[in-house]
Design a protein around this ligand. Structure first.
Ligand code: SF4
Ligand code: MG
Length: 337
């Protein structure tokens, strides 16, 4: 499979009063053509910032890319002039945000917003773009698309607005679709519908998807591979099967334990991950999960673990995977309890 997106050693920070938040700290990952990858982690783990860095749309307060490279379809995105980057956005990489109300333009009809990309990027005539916009709205499951396209976003329900966002993102058939918490604002039934729709469209168009979510539960249906982020770093990555069946990082295990399961025994409680992530103005010197980890050892406090490769596809960043790790002798908090 050909690599479509290659992120290498990316670091992003935000200047704030009192210092600099190191939101993304040296992450590397790749997405191949047609692949659906999930980036999972609690809020503040750097998922959205990673997406914004790929789009070169870092939010306020002004974010800075501190290092690393982002290569997309052979282009060095960080070196592209803004004018060229505008052609990449929308045409080659589509983005779906969490809250369509803040990303849809309230002053333009939904149809005009879908047509915009088609006219600008695809050089379609207005008549052809309108026809295509109606088709797209119908594809994403909006009934009476012919009359709906002349309505404004506030005429749409939450679920329909999210569908409209997907139609806009898909308008130019981008090779990569980045969906940042695309269904978080919706109720569970609509969530499932939207995710199914995204999966179906991805299958049809053979595009790649990056799905960003804090909810590992919604990943299961949609994605081939999972990247787990914590405190600005990738702590584990693997195929969906590896992450769900054989998670190795204590944080990944914690995320899974906090999820309701279908075969959950009635009296079996869901276990939240206690504690809070570290301050990223001054990240801890060792493993960032140390203060919340049941299995932390002494070395975890002082040294950042390297990645250990567990298979062709699964890697984890935890001292427990060190070939000589003997947590029971190192005074692991979990072992001594
Ligand atoms: Fe826990 Fe140590 Fe592994 Fe970090 S490196 S997850 S603190 S055991
Ligand atoms: Mg976010």
């Amino acid at each position: 499979m050909k690599t479509l997106l290659d992120v290498k050693d990316l670091s992003v920070s935000f200047g704030v009063y009192g210092g600099e938040v190191q939101a993304v700290r040296g992450i590397s990952f790749a997405v191949t053509e047609g692949e659906a990858v999930a980036i999972v982690g609690e809020s503040g783990s750097g998922k959205s910032v990673t997406a914004q860095a790929i789009m070169r749309l870092l939010a306020v307060p002004p974010g800075k890319i501190r290092g690393g490279s982002i290569t997309f379809a052979g282009q060095d995105l960080l070196a592209l002039p803004e004018k060229e980057m505008q052609k990449v956005r929308g045409r080659q990489i589509g983005m779906i945000f969490q809250d369509p109300m803040t990303s849809l333009n309230p002053t333009m009809t939904v149809g005009a917003q879908i047509m915009e990309g088609l006219v600008r990027h695809r050089r379609m005539s207005r008549a052809a773009a309108k026809k295509r916009a109606i088709e797209l709205l119908a594809t994403v499951g909006i009934p009476h698309a012919e009359s709906r396209i002349s309505q404004y976003p506030h005429h749409f329900s939450g679920g329909m607005r999210q569908r409209a966002m997907i139609a806009i993102a898909l308008a130019c058939s981008p090779a990569l679709l980045i969906a940042d918490e695309p269904t978080t604002a919706l109720d569970v039934t609509i969530q499932a519908q939207i995710l199914r729709l995204m999966k179906e469209l991805q299958r049809q168009t053979r595009s790649s998807i990056i799905l960003i979510t804090h909810d590992l539960g919604i990943v299961a249906d949609l994605c081939d591979r999972v990247i787990v982020m914590y405190a600005g770093q990738i702590v584990e990555t693997g195929t969906k099967r590896e992450i769900f069946r054989n998670p190795q990082h204590p944080y990944t295990k914690g995320l899974l334990r906090s999820l309701p399961r279908l075969n959950q025994a009635k009296d079996e409680p869901l276990v939240p991950i206690y504690g809070t992530p570290p301050d990223l103005i001054m990240p801890p010197p060792g493993c960032p999960f140390c203060s919340r980890c049941e299995e932390a050892m002494q070395i975890c406090e002082t040294d950042v673990p390297a990645f250990t490769r567990l298979s062709e596809t699964q890697s984890v960043r935890c001292w427990l995977q060190h070939p000589q790790a003997r947590p029971e002798e190192c005074g692991g908090k979990g072992a001594s309890a």
